[in-house]
Write a protein that binds this ligand. Structure first.
Ligand code: ZN
Ligand code: ZN
Length: 196
């Protein structure tokens, strides 16, 4: 239960004054993938896509690591290459996509890293004993964006999904993580590339 077991500061590198303009608010800030986003089960960084099995370093577009925790326990973890992630998101019903896009527009906060929930004003310290999810958008060995989502927000997100959409993700989860209870959120890709 001590603080030193965790490594969460890794998500928040020191903010250096930048010498590029502030206009490009999404200027990727590369940093090495923090160990908290390594594969717990394999005890090393993720090397292949959980869905298609392709080697992650080959994806120009990068990939996304998602890990759900309960306290310090890893409940589920996976890495999806962008084509697989998009395919998964694409299977969502039109209605779900629409609602998810609205939800993102309403709730996504301009935060990055693991200290603040991306969707509400909770901080990691307030949620670390319950369930929460960590997400990292990665490219090669680097992480270019990261987010934390608290349990309440996962539930909110899951609520707006249609039955059908939830089934897609449940199926993915069952196939890859048999025995894992399925209260699942499809983390939308961020920051809001969805066009309405
Ligand atoms: Zn894949
Ligand atoms: Zn939240």
């Amino acid at each position: 239960m001590s603080e030193e077991d965790t490594n969460f500061e890794a998500g928040e590198g020191p903010e250096e004054p930048t010498n590029h303009s502030q206009d490009d608010q999404e200027a990727p800030q590369r940093e090495p993938i923090p160990s908290v986003l390594h594969s717990f089960y394999e005890d090393r960084p993720f090397v292949s896509c959980t869905r298609c099995g392709e080697s992650l370093e080959h994806f120009e577009e990068g990939y996304r690591i998602s890990k759900n925790f309960k306290g310090e326990e890893v409940i589920v973890e996976y890495a999806l290459c962008m084509p697989c992630l998009n395919a998964m998101l694409d299977e969502a019903s039109e209605e779900s996509k629409q609602r998810l896009a609205e939800f993102q527009n309403e709730r996504y906060r301009d935060v990055s890293g693991f200290n603040d929930c991306a969707l509400c004003d909770k901080q990691f310290d307030e949620v670390k004993d319950e369930e929460y999810g960590l997400v990292g958008v990665c490219h090669g060995d680097d992480m270019v964006d990261s987010a934390m989502i608290c349990f309440g927000c996962m539930e909110d997100m899951s609520e707006i999904m249609s039955e059908e959409t939830r089934r897609t993700w449940d199926k993915f989860r069952e196939e890859n993580f048999p025995g894992v209870p399925s209260d699942f959120e499809p983390f939308p890709s961020r920051p809001a590339p969805v066009t309405l």
